[in-house]
Design a protein around this ligand. Structure first.
Ligand code: ATP
Ligand code: MG
Length: 479
C-alpha cells in the first residue's frame, strides 16, 4: 500500500481538469507550493500569494527535480520547455485535486477549528490516531484557503485517518474549506475574542466557527466545548446542520468527556477524565491546564473515529511541547544555566494567560526568577490596550518576578505593572533582545510570547544563538 504513488500524473491532471504538456514522469510523489522545501519527484503548484507569484519559481522547481509544475494557461503561453499540467487557475486546480483526493479515500476525517488550540489539538490527535492506522495530517497549521486544499490533495488514497485544521480571519471563510474536507467529525476547541477586529462580536465569532458544520458528512459528529458561554449556540448550529451526534467536553458536569481532575507538574500533567462513561487517567507529555482541556477534545474525536481509548490515552503521554508552543530547553550562561520556555508562535489574551500559568509553576533555581517576555497581542481591536493591561493581574497571581515588554500595545501593561516587576520595555522585539540577554542569570526561567507579527520568535532565536543548549543529561531540573 505504501508503495502506491500519491498520484499518477494522469490522474492528477484529470483531477485538476488540466492539460499535460511535455514529458512528465508517470507518477508524482507529493505536491508542493514552496521550492525551498520541494523534493525531487514532487509536483510544484504555482500559486499566486500576497507577496509572490509562484510562477516566478517554476524554473527553480524543475531544476530541483520536480516531476512537473502546475501552471496557469496565461503563463504557459510563453513558458520555456518543461513538464507541466496547464490549468486555468492553479489554486482552483489544487482545490479540485483535493476534492478528488477526499472522494477516493475511505479514511475517517476529522476537522478541527476554534479560536485557540487548533494546531495543538490537531497534532495530538494525529499522533494518537497514527497508532491506530495510516494517518494523514498537515505538518503545520495549513488551515487557510491554500493550506487546506494542499493538505487534502496530499492525502494518500490508502489513508485510514485524516486530521485537518481549518482557520479563519473573516466570516464565510470556513464554509468552502469544510465543504472540501467533508469531515466525519468536526471539532471546535473553543470560542474566544480572537480576530474580533474582523468579526465585531463574540457571537459572530461563534457563528463563523459553526460554519464547519456545513461540510460534515451525513451521519457525522460534532465535538463541542461544553464550558463555553457559546456552547448552546454552537449546538443549535450543529443540529440545524443535521448533525445528530454531539459529543461535549469540558469541566461541566454534563460534559460527555468530563475533566474530573488535573494535576499540573512543570513538564507534564496527569489528567483524570470520564470519557463517555469510562474513567481514564492519563499523562500528558507537555504542561498546562489548557492542553489538558484540549486533550479531552482529542480523546472525544479519537473515540468517535473508532480508536481504542486506552491506547489513545496512553499515547498522549508521548506528546512533547514543540518550538514556539511551550518548548522547554535549558540554556547555558557564564554562571550556570536558565530555562527557556518558547511560546513565541502566537498570542492572544487566553493563550498568554495559559502560558503565564505554566510559567508560574515552572521550577527555578535558588537565585532564579520567573520572567515573562511579552510582545504585542495583535488584532484585538479597540480593546487592545485594556486587554494588555489586564495581564498585570494574572502575572501577579502567578507570582511572576519580572516582566519584559516590547511593542506599543504592551505600554499599557507596562504602566499597570508595579515597579518591582518591571524588567524593561522597548518599542520592538529587536531592541528588547539585548535587554533580556543582559538581565538573565543562573536559575532563571524565561517565557517568551507574543503575536506572530510582534516578532518574538526571532527574539527566541537570538536567545538560542547566544546561549547554547545544555544537554538533558547534564542538568537535573533547574540549575
Ligand atoms: N485551549 C487552549 N487555551 C489556551 N491556550 C491554548 C489552548 N490550546 C493551545 N493554547 C496555546 O495557544 C497558542 C496557540 O496554539 P495553537 O497553535 O494550537 O493554536 P491555533 O488555533 O492553531 O492558532 P492559529 O490560528 O495561529 O493557527 C500556543 O501557545 C498554545 O500553547
Ligand atoms: Mg494553527
Amino acid at each position: 500500500m505504501s508503495q502506491q504513488p500519491l498520484w499518477t500524473t494522469e490522474a492528477l491532471a484529470r483531477a485538476m481538469g488540466g492539460r499535460l504538456v511535455g514529458a512528465p514522469a508517470a507518477t508524482v510523489s507529493d505536491l508542493s507550493i514552496d521550492t525551498r522545501t520541494l523534493a525531487a519527484g514532487e509536483a510544484y503548484v504555482a500559486i499566486k500569494g500576497h507577496a509572490h507569484d509562484g510562477h516566478a519559481f517554476v524554473q527553480a522547481a524543475l531544476d530541483k527535480g520536480a516531476a512537473l509544475a502546475v501552471v496557469s494557461q496565461d503563463w504557459a503561453a510563453t513558458a520555456p520547455p518543461g513538464a507541466y499540467i496547464v490549468v486555468a487557475d492553479p489554486l482552483k486546480a489544487l482545490e479540485k485535486a483535493g476534492i478528488v483526493a477526499r472522494a477516493r479515500t475511505a479514511a475517517k476525517i476529522v476537522a478541527v477549528t476554534g479560536s485557540i488550540g487548533k494546531t495543538s489539538t490537531k497534532e495530538a490527535l494525529a499522533h494518537v490516531l497514527s497508532r491506530e492506522g495510516r494517518t494523514h495530517a498537515p505538518p503545520k497549521s495549513f488551515n487557510n484557503h491554500i493550506g487546506v486544499p494542499l493538505t487534502l490533495s496530499r492525502m494518500p488514497a490508502g489513508s485510514q485517518f485524516g486530521v485537518f485544521e481549518i482557520g479563519m480571519n473573516h466570516a464565510g471563510e470556513i464554509t468552502p474549506l469544510t465543504r472540501m474536507v467533508k469531515p466525519d467529525i468536526a471539532v471546535i476547541t473553543n470560542v474566544e475574542a480572537v480576530h474580533i477586529e474582523n468579526l465585531g462580536t463574540i457571537e459572530a465569532i461563534a457563528d463563523a466557527k459553526a460554519e464547519i458544520f456545513a461540510g460534515v458528512e451525513h451521519g457525522g459528529a460534532a465535538v463541542l466545548p461544553r464550558d463555553s458561554r457559546h456552547f448552546e449556540r454552537l449546538a443549535r448550529a450543529a443540529r440545524a446542520a443535521g448533525i445528530d451526534t454531539i459529543v461535549t467536553f469540558g469541566e461541566h458536569e454534563e460534559a460527555d468527556v468530563r475533566l474530573l481532575r488535573v494535576v499540573l507538574a512543570a513538564d507534564c500533567s496527569t489528567v483524570s477524565a470520564r470519557i463517555m462513561e469510562t474513567d481514564v487517567t492519563y499523562k500528558l507529555g507537555s504542561p498546562g491546564r489548557h492542553l489538558a482541556m484540549n486533550s479531552l477534545a482529542v480523546l472525544a474525536a479519537a473515540k468517535l473515529a473508532g480508536a481504542d481509548l486506552a491506547v489513545a490515552a496512553l499515547t498522549l503521554g508521548e506528546t512533547r511541547a514543540v518550538a514556539g508552543r511551550g518548548e522547554r530547553t535549558q540554556r547555558r550562561l557564564a554562571s550556570g544555566s536558565f530555562t527557556l520556555l518558547d511560546e513565541s508562535y502566537n498570542a492572544n489574551p487566553v493563550s498568554v494567560r495559559a502560558a503565564i500559568a505554566v510559567l508560574g509553576t515552572a521550577p527555578k533555581g535558588p537565585e532564579g526568577r520567573r520572567i515573562a517576555v511579552l510582545g504585542d497581542m495583535l488584532e484585538l481591536g479597540p480593546e487592545g490596550p485594556a486587554l494588555h493591561a489586564g495581564l498585570a493581574e494574572p502575572l501577579d497571581k502567578a507570582g511572576i518576578d519580572l516582566v519584559f515588554c516590547s511593542g506599543p500595545l504592551t505600554e499599557s501593561l507596562w504602566r499597570a505593572l508595579p515597579p518591582h516587576r518591571r524588567g524593561a520595555w522597548a518599542a520592538t522585539s529587536a531592541e528588547l533582545g539585548p535587554l533580556v540577554i543582559r538581565a538573565l542569570r543562573a536559575g532563571d526561567v524565561a517565557m517568551v510570547k507574543g503575536s506572530r507579527g510582534s516578532l518574538m520568535a526571532p527574539l527566541v532565536e537570538t536567545l538560542k544563538q547566544k546561549f547554547p543548549p545544555v544537554p538533558a543529561d547534564e542538568h537535573q531540573g533547574a540549575t
